[in-house]
Write a protein that binds this ligand. Structure first.
Ligand code: ATP
Length: 436
C-alpha cells in the first residue's frame, strides 16, 4: 500500500487535503491525474448504467434535503456504528472492526491490549454530518449532509417515472458526493468522510425482486471484469442475518482483495419497498405505481447497486500496479484499462530539432481536437519519458523521429507488450480511437 500512496503523491493522483496546515484527517484531494482517473471511473459507470440502457434514467439530486427525509429513511435513528473508546489512550474504534485495529501506543497491540488500557462500553454513534440551513443555528434549522444518494432517487421516483414515461421495471442512477462521519476512516482513499457514490435504484414489481437482484449482481460483477479488474481478486460476500442493514432483505458485497485484506468494493441490496413505503408514510404523498397495462397499484421493490467512485479508483490503482524489469532496468507500470487511464497517449519528438517538435505539437492538437486526452513531453531521454508515462498508466506513446518528415509515419509503443508499431501520421487518431 505504501508504494501506491507514494506513487499517487509523486505523480499527482492524490494529495492529502490541506497539507500545508498539517492535513485534514482522512480527506484527500485528487490531483491532475487522479481527477481524470476518478472522472473516467464515473463516466464508464454512467455510460454502462445510463447511456447504454433504455431502462435507467439519470438524476442529480441536492446534497442537502428536507430533514424529514432522513427520519423517514431511518438514518436519524439507525445510521449508527458502535463506537468503543479507550479511556486511557483516548482513541476510538468501531466495535465491529476491533480485530483489524491497534492501540495508539507502542508496542503495537490490539485495542485494550496494554495493562493500563480501559475500554468503555460500546455506544451508538450517528454517522451523519449535521449543519444548519439559514442564518439561525437552532434545532429547527438542522439539516444533514446526505450519507447516500439513494434517498434523492426515492423522493423523485414519481417525478422521474412520469416525466420519462418509464414503466416498472426501470432504474434511477446518480453520481454524487456523500458524507459519513466515519469513526475509523483510513487505508488511504478506501474509507473517507467525504466520498463520491455511484448508485442506481432499480424499481421492480414485488415478487420479481429476487430475480432482479441476481441479474444486477451478475451485471455489476461483469462490469468490474470489463474494467480490467482481475477476476481472482474479486469475490462475493452475502450478508448474514446480523449484518443486514435495517432496510435490506438481501445484500451481497462485491469484495476486492486489497493489500489490507478482502473488503467491500460495491454493495447490491434488495431494499424492498421500505424506503418508498416510509416516504409515503412520512410525507403523506402517495408513491404508488399504477401499471398502465393491468391497472395494478403497488409500491415497487428496489434493487440497489452502490459503489464508491474513489473506492473503484483505488482498486484500479492497486490492481494495475506492477514493478518489472525491462532491458535490465526496473520500471513501475500502471496497467490501467485504457478507458480509465488519465492520459490516453503521449507524444514525444525524439529530438528537439529538425522540425520534430512542430510535427509533434501538430499531432497533439489533432488528438485534442478528437477529444483524446494527450500529453506532450520532450524532456530527457526517450527511456525516461517512457518511464514517466508508464507510471501514469498511459497506454500509448507516439514518437516522432528523423524519418517522420520524410515518410509521414511515427512509432507507437504499447505500454504493456512494449511492442512498437509504425503507423502513418494521419492514422494515429484513428489507431488510438479503435483501441479505446
Ligand atoms: P461499511 O459497512 O464498510 O461502512 P457500507 O456497507 O455502509 O460500508 P454502503 O452504504 O453499501 O457501504 O456504500 C456503498 C459503497 O459506497 C461501498 O461499497 C463503498 O464502495 C462506498 N463507500 C461507503 N462508505 C465509504 C467511505 N466512507 N469512503 C469511501 N467509500 C465508501
Amino acid at each position: 500500500m505504501e508504494k501506491i500512496v507514494s506513487l499517487c503523491k509523486r505523480r499527482g493522483f492524490v494529495f492529502q487535503s490541506s497539507e500545508i496546515y498539517g492535513g485534514a484527517a482522512s480527506v484527500w484531494d485528487y490531483g491532475p491525474l487522479g481527477v481524470e482517473l476518478r472522472k473516467n471511473v464515473a463516466d464508464a459507470w454512467w455510460s454502462a448504467m445510463v447511456h447504454a440502457r433504455d431502462d435507467i434514467e439519470g438524476l442529480d439530486a441536492g446534497i442537502l434535503m428536507h430533514p424529514r427525509v432522513w427520519e423517514a429513511s431511518g438514518h436519524v435513528s439507525g445510521f449508527t456504528d458502535p463506537l468503543i473508546e479507550c479511556k486511557t489512550c483516548k482513541k476510538r474504534w468501531r466495535a465491529d472492526h476491533l480485530d483489524d485495529a491497534s492501540c495508539a501506543r507502542k508496542p503495537s497491540v490490539g485495542p485494550g491490549g496494554h495493562a493500563d488500557c480501559e475500554l468503555g462500553e460500546p455506544r451508538l454513534f450517528n454517522l451523519m454530518f449535521k449543519t444548519f440551513m439559514g442564518p439561525v443555528e437552532e434545532d429547527a434549522s438542522v439539516v444533514y449532509l446526505r450519507p447516500e444518494t439513494a434517498q434523492g432517487s426515492y423522493v423523485n421516483f414519481l417525478n422521474v417515472q412520469q416525466t420519462s414515461r418509464q414503466r416498472v421495471p426501470f432504474g434511477i442512477a446518480q453520481l454524487g458526493k456523500a458524507f459519513r462521519n466515519e469513526i475509523t476512516p483510513g487505508n488511504f482513499i478506501f474509507r473517507t468522510r467525504e466520498f463520491e457514490q455511484a448508485e442506481m435504484q432499480f424499481f421492480v414489481k414485488p415478487g420479481s425482486d429476487d430475480e432482479w437482484f441476481d441479474y444486477w449482481l451478475d451485471r455489476r460483477l461483469a462490469w468490474h471484469h470489463e474494467m480490467g479488474i482481475r477476476a481472482d481478486r474479486l469475490r462475493c460476500h452475502a450478508h448474514g442475518r446480523g449484518e443486514l442493514a435495517h432496510y435490506a432483505k438481501t445484500a451481497v458485497d462485491i469484495e476486492y482483495e486489497f493489500p489490507f485484506g478482502w473488503q467491500e468494493l460495491e454493495g447490491v441490496h434488495n431494499r424492498t419497498d421500505f424506503d418508498l413505503g416510509r416516504h409515503q408514510e412520512y410525507s403523506g404523498k402517495r408513491l404508488l405505481y399504477i401499471d398502465p397495462g393491468s391497472g395494478e397499484r403497488y409500491i415497487p421493490y428496489v434493487v440497489e447497486t452502490a459503489m464508491g467512485v474513489g473506492r473503484l479508483a483505488l482498486v484500479a490503482l492497486v490492481d494495475a500496479y506492477r514493478e518489472e524489469e525491462v532491458a535490465g532496468q526496473q520500471r513501475v507500470v500502471l496497467g490501467l484499462h485504457p478507458a480509465l487511464a488519465p492520459i490516453k497517449a503521449a507524444v514525444f519528438p525524439l529530438m528537439k530539432k529538425f522540425g520534430q517538435p512542430e510535427i509533434a505539437t501538430g499531432l497533439l492538437g489533432e488528438l485534442r481536437r478528437a477529444r483524446i486526452p494527450a500529453a506532450y513531453d520532450q524532456a530527457g531521454s526517450i527511456g525516461r519519458r517512457y518511464r514517466r508515462q508508464d507510471e501514469a498508466g498511459t497506454p500509448w506513446c507516439v514518437t516522432i523521429d528523423g524519418d517522420t518528415a520524410g515518410d509521414r509515419s511515427v512509432t507507437i509503443r504499447d505500454r504493456d507488450s512494449l511492442e512498437q508499431e509504425r503507423v502513418g501520421l494521419d492514422h494515429v487518431v484513428g489507431w488510438i480511437r479503435e483501441r479505446l
